[in-house]
Design a protein around this ligand. Structure first.
Ligand SMILES: [Zn+2]
Length: 301
């Protein structure tokens, strides 16, 4: 009997899998904000403390290194996984960067910086304020000034005398993250403190549930295709075209199909024009450079 039952289950699962709406599902993925931990604070609030527990990793460090490109789309900062660093494939951002560097001009070298892939970390945490939401993913930038979140955690680890393995399920430690707005009103992590040693959860079943969550960052921050990223590098906004079943530039979609077959080239002039247009709309050069460094964007694109 039990064999029969599992065969039926397997068949039903197979049916469901093979009949899932492939394109729609992937492209119109709804991002469940419960999956993401961040250090935003609400408007009007100047400081806050958030408590988290970092989950242990099956293989080595819980801090997974990821490379991404940051770019402003319709006024909001977004991060996209670098296809070159993550997949060993061609990446439109990296290609734009290389094209600019290849000209040998100082000004192009400066522009190329906008296309640098940046190192980030993703760590799985339990947000003590919202435990019922389960495992969350926290992504933050590597900071070459050594003032970033990883640096702060490293600092507290070296200061601890006991229970240094803060991710230990029975004897690890929660972390208290202090957040304050900086001079540009952007919330930044000012300090991270380790709490007393406690179990991940008093409820063994609950702990087991969190620990068995097998998702990785790729399950919640989708890795976009070359075509998708190319639209962005050219200054466009990717939107899903239901008829074509692919991403197209929002402008091209608006323009209607019979006139939108314009050829878009990837040339340096194109890239520069986009950069200059973007720079022109930003408040001031100095403010921008600060906010790019500190900003904690992060819709999970
Ligand atoms: Zn790249």
């Amino acid at each position: 009997m039990s064999n029969e039952k599992s065969a039926l289950e397997a068949m039903l699962a197979q049916y469901e899998k093979n009949n899932a709406p492939k394109y729609e599902k992937k492209s119109e993925k709804v991002y469940d904000l419960k999956n993401y931990f961040n250090t935003f604070i609400k408007d009007g609030i100047n400081s806050a403390t958030k408590e988290i527990r970092i989950l242990p990793s099956q293989d080595g460090s819980p801090f997974v290194e990821v490379h991404g490109h940051k770019v402003q789309i319709e006024g909001e900062w977004k991060t996209f996984a670098c296809l070159k660093h993550q997949k060993g494939e061609a990446c439109p951002f990296c290609e734009a960067r290389e094209e600019l560097l290849a000209t040998g001009k100082e000004s192009d070298k400066e522009l190329a910086k906008k296309y640098n892939a940046r190192k980030m970390y993703v760590v799985k945490v339990i947000d003590r304020e919202n435990e019922e939401w389960g495992v969350k993913f926290w992504r933050f930038n590597h900071d070459y000034r050594k003032e970033g979140i990883f640096d702060k955690i490293h600092g507290l680890l070296t200061a601890l005398k006991t229970n240094k393995d803060i991710t230990n399920v029975t004897s690890g430690r929660d972390l208290a993250i202090s957040i304050q707005r900086n001079q540009n009103k952007i919330p930044v992590v000012t300090s991270i403190a380790a709490q007393d040693a406690t179990p991940l959860s008093e409820d063994a079943e609950q702990a087991e549930k969190w620990l068995s969550d097998a998702r990785t960052w790729e399950d919640v921050y989708s890795v976009r295709t070359y075509d998708y990223l190319e639209i962005i590098v050219k200054g466009g906004v990717p939107v899903w075209d239901k008829d074509e079943k692919k991403f197209v530039d929002k402008e091209a979609l608006k323009a209607d199909s019979n006139t939108s077959q314009e050829e878009i080239t990837m040339g340096i002039d194109n890239v520069k024009a986009n950069l200059q247009a973007a720079t022109a709309t930003e408040p001031t050069a100095t403010e921008t450079s600060v906010s790019t460094e500190d900003e904690e964007d992060d819709l999970p694109f």
